[in-house]
Design a protein around this ligand. Structure first.
Ligand SMILES: C[S@@+](CC[C@H](N)C(=O)[O-])C[C@H]1O[C@@H](n2cnc3c(N)ncnc32)[C@H](O)[C@@H]1O
Length: 438
């Protein structure tokens, strides 16, 4: 650090995302007062951010002054892959790629803290290793509290001091958790610290490509997903792009309906499996990609598909690319798994879906055995740890905001997860978030 560098604590907070819009500023000011007392050499600034661009604007302000950030703090809502800005109608979230590209002028010894739900599960460790600073976050859902050490309800009050604390509650521990909170017996979670260190294993599908291929040699074992896709494809033969194509089994099964097909995936071994599986088809090709840029010309495809992979992808940057490479009037079809506990009213569908799934598995012993081998494999478990799935509301908000008027459908329900399907409709109707990368 140069002698002339000015040090800042930057506290950003969302104002209108969902609930708590009037309380986040108070939490931010409570934190700001603490930080001013802790370190008089550091100028503390708080900024309301309602979009990704506001975040970049707050960073630019500091850079323009030649300043460095001693502490970067976020207060607000989040999804599994990090802070959420904007509104429910148009949520914004930096994708992993956008965070990686972001130039945050950290001072030596700088750190980051994310006062938002579940930030310790994926985002804080990710941020620590990509920005190379210690990062802090909460494992549990966060809530407002009048006491920093235990949950004391603040209701909708906006008087300081007010804290965002992590604590077990109804979303994690059901009604017993809610009762304990109300009785003042729920301690605040101590914010967790993550050091910048590389992952302790392979985070990709590379080491599970063969096991995965053995499970999904015929993609039609995913019967509900397959039938939905078949129904939503145009009748004529299409030029199709499959993003996160894995072992290429989907294009393989769709081949009779394809004029030309390209599968892309970030995993080289998966691409190898896909090439082997489809060696006989001259109209199919497979390419490894690295990042959200798609190596294709404008309007090259009639249909883009993402099956069981959208959860991992760089949503805004990739969607901009999808719109570019799809012909006007073409469509984007997504089928993916999301997490959400089953609701009471959904029990009849849960039961019917369970019976259906168990019957299908019993009728296909080879698939069942291969699936058991895959999920028991340590490389699979490590990959899943580094690639959590998103919650249902996150994915629905995102897709339904980007393609107004289109609704996600539920194909199959489990206790804590379910399969969603989404048809973008004619693609030129979509709305784009401004991108933050060049
Ligand atoms: C669950 S598999 C789904 C494969 C295939 N679509 C299927 O339905 O069987 C997820 C795939 O997404 C790929 N993937 C993960 N992150 C990716 C990224 N950022 N870009 C491209 N592919 C990615 C993985 O390598 C993996 O092959």
């Amino acid at each position: 650090m140069k002698m002339a560098d000015k040090l800042f604590t930057l506290i950003i907070y969302t104002t209108q995302y969902r609930l708590g819009g009037s309380q986040f500023p108070v939490v931010a000011e409570t934190l700001a007062d603490e930080k001013r007392r802790e370190n008089a050499d550091c100028e503390v600034i708080t900024r309301a951010v309602e979009s990704k661009h506001d975040v970049l604007g707050a960073l630019a302000e500091i850079k323009e002054q030649g300043g460095k950030i001693n502490e970067f703090i976020f207060v607000g809502h989040s999804g599994m892959y990090g802070p959420m800005f904007g509104t429910v109608k148009f949520p914004e979230q930096f994708s992993p790629y956008e965070w990686e590209q972001m130039d945050i002028p950290f001072a030596e010894g700088g750190s980051a803290s994310f006062y938002c739900c579940r930030s310790a599960r994926w985002f804080a460790p990710f941020f620590a290793r990509t920005q190379n600073v210690p990062a802090h976050g909460f494992f549990w859902y966060t809530t407002f509290s009048k006491d920093r050490n235990k949950f004391v309800s603040a209701g909708t009050r906006t008087d300081a001091p007010l804290y965002t604390i992590g604590c077990k509650g109804r979303k994690s521990h059901g009604y017993a958790g809610a009762l304990k909170k109300r009785l003042g017996m729920m301690p605040a979670e101590k914010i967790k610290r993550f050091e910048p260190k590389p992952p302790d294993g392979d985070t990709s599908y590379d080491h599970v490509a063969e096991l995965y291929d053995a499970v999904f040699e015929d993609i039609r074992v995913r019967r509900d997903e397959w039938q939905w896709l078949e129904r939503h494809l145009p009748d004529e033969k299409v030029r199709i792009l499959d993003i996160g194509c894995g072992n290429g089994a989907l294009l393989n099964a769709l081949e009779p309906r394809i004029a030309s097909g390209v599968g892309v995936d970030e995993s080289g071994p998966m691409i190898e499996q896909a090439r082997k599986r489809n060696a006989a088809f001259k109209n199919l090709e497979f390419k490894k990609i690295d990042g959200p840029q798609l190596p294709f010309a404008d309007g090259e495809f009639d249909v883009v598909i993402s099956m069981m992979s959208f959860r991992y992808l760089d949503w805004d940057p990739l969607l901009a690319e999808i719109k570019r490479v799809t012909k006007p009037g073409g469509k984007f079809l997504i089928v993916d798994m999301v997490t959400v506990p089953v609701a009471f009213g959904e029990y009849p569908k849960l039961l019917a879906d369970k019976v259906k799934t168990i019957t299908r598995r019993r009728a296909n012993a080879k698939y069942e055995a291969a699936l058991k081998r895959l999920v028991a494999d340590p490389a699979w478990q490590k990959m899943v740890e580094y690639n959590p799935i998103r919650s249902e509301h996150e994915m629905k908000w995102y897709l339904e905001s980007r393609f107004p008027g289109q609704k996600a459908e539920i194909l199959n329900i489990g206790w804590n997860s379910r399969i969603l399907a989404f048809d973008s409709g004619p693609i030129e109707r979509g709305v784009e978030a401004k991108l933050t990368y060049p």
